[in-house]
Ligand binder design. Structure first.
Ligand code: SF4
Length: 472
């Protein structure tokens, strides 16, 4: 088994990096403001969210039907459909398509799924050069780094760091402004677009009715990836399918407003099969790779299947007070933030990601902003229960919870323990604030005081209040 994700250790490191904290604070604040403005502008935003959720839930409930329909439609329009059970098989399929096409170079647009399955490594091992063309992903690739946000992969980097990186790799001045950096990237990437044999994309949606792949983006790179190379390979998790083309009228406004605070993204491409006679552009071959990689196992779990409704908009990351302080790398894998804390344990196994369900204050901010109202806190609690049941909790926590359960099961024990705690409080701290708890509870008071127990319980006060002549 690969090593477990050490969220608590990583988060301590992240919290000690003031530059990272400042970069995250600025970026998430900006995205939250945009979200607030964009969603307030759309009076029926909440109704659209409910509608989007209903469509997603329906599509997942009838996933077999819609996937078969999608496959039939893609084939009808001249495309090829490949099914992959896991990451290894998905990479093998793509490498094989590239080999058959005699490809030496591939260009890629942003795709979390390809990160999840480690596609770039597999292509490199097969001798195929792969170039990321989304600006953020391009920076990540150049730096040998990892993306740290679903839609803003370099949210953790400052402009100066990118300028230094470009200076080393692309020869721009070390203090180049953003315009110079983007121009340099454009020149570099244009060459890659023109010489690539294969273009690889993810998919925001797959439309079962028409067999179309829908790509939502702002840079136009996905459009070039899908139109210049001879072969287009679209990769998508099986959960991306939606029933009809007109469902996009529901999804696009909620997705784009939630992701970037725009009314609509600069580019929305609806791609249906390869180039046909008479078409002036487009790839000669089109392949759709449908990847399971444990998604059907999530679907089979009634408590967690809601996670498959995720549109990967990133709004829950921007809203999360934990993500804002520690950033995406701390979550140890491809998916960070609240939805990552649910997906990673399911995709990698709870044994490797036992700490992630605890990486949340359960404040509910993620649920409030989610365009499909995914109840992430409920799922995190469910995963915590699973982690505890499988022995994931520390012995002291297990003992504490068992003791608490024993006390809460009996009103007499509850009353008695309350009285005992108040006596202990008086004996140890008197009337002073509780600045440090004893033993393993010390960590809780490292950063804050422990709230003092009230001198009387509510019941005692109530009894007193109801006793004639004793209300005070
Ligand atoms: S869980 Fe909701 S808010 Fe978070 S990325 Fe997915 S769709 Fe967006």
């Amino acid at each position: 088994m690969s090593s477990p994700i050490r969220f608590s250790e990583q988060s301590v490191r992240a919290l000690q990096d003031p530059r990272l904290r400042e970069a995250l604070r600025r970026a998430t604040e900006d995205l939250r403001e945009k979200w607030t403005r964009a969603t307030a502008e759309l009076p029926h935003f909440d109704a659209l969210r409910d509608w989007a959720k209903r469509i997603k839930a329906h599509a997942l409930l009838h996933l077999d039907h819609y996937l078969e329909r999608l496959e039939a439609k893609v084939r009808e329009r001249g495309g090829m459909v490949h099914w992959a059970r896991d990451a290894e098989e998905a990479c093998r399929v793509v490498v094989e398509i590239c080999r058959r096409a005699g490809a030496r170079t591939a260009v890629k647009s942003k795709s979390m799924l390809t990160e999840e399955i480690g596609l770039n490594r597999a292509l490199l091992r097969a001798g195929i050069r792969v170039v990321e063309t989304d600006l953020g992903e391009f920076v990540v690739q150049l730096d040998g780094d990892r993306p740290s946000h679903l839609i803003a992969p370099i949210i953790h980097k400052r402009r100066e760091e990118v300028a230094a990186l470009f200076s080393r790799h692309l020869g721009t001045p070390p203090d180049a402004p953003v315009e110079v950096l983007t121009r340099a990237a454009r020149v570099h990437l244009r060459q890659a677009f023109l010489t690539a044999d294969v273009g690889i994309t993810g998919a925001n949606f797959l439309v079962a009715e028409t067999g179309s792949v829908v790509l939502v983006e702002n840079e136009g790179n996905a459009r070039l990836v899908t139109s210049l190379p001879r072969v287009h390979i679209a990769m998508a998790g099986v959960e991306k399918v939606i029933p009809r083309l007109r469902d996009l009228a529901v999804f696009l406004p909620v997705l784009v407003r939630s992701a970037t605070g725009q009314k609509l993204s600069s580019y929305v491409s609806v791609l249906t099969g390869p180039r046909r006679p008479g078409d002036r552009g487009g790839p000669e071959e089109f392949h759709l790779v449908l990847v399971d990689n444990r998604r059907t196992a999530i679907l089979a779990d009634p408590d967690l299947r809601e996670a498959l409704q995720c549109l990967r908009c990133g709004a829950c990351l921007n809203a999360c007070p934990v993500y804002e302080r520690v950033g995406g790398h701390t979550y140890g894998w491809v998916y960070g933030g609240p939805i990552g804390a649910v997906l990673t344990p399911k995709l990698l196994g709870l044994g490797r990601a036992t700490e992630l369900p605890y990486a949340s204050t359960l404040c509910g901010a993620c649920r409030e902003v989610c365009p499909v109202r995914i109840d992430i806190p409920r799922m995190l609690v469910h995963l915590r229960a699973q982690a505890a049941a499988s022995g994931g909790a520390r012995p002291v926590e297990r003992l504490g919870m068992r003791l608490l359960g024993w006390i809460l099961r009996s009103p007499a024990r509850y009353r008695f323990s309350g009285r005992l705690a108040r006596i202990a409080q008086q004996l140890v701290w008197g009337d002073r604030p509780i600045r440090a708890l004893p033993g393993p509870l010390w960590a809780w008071t490292r950063m804050r005081d422990f709230p003092r127990l009230a001198p009387q319980t509510f019941r005692e006060r109530w009894r007193r209040w109801r006793t004639p002549g004793r209300r005070s």
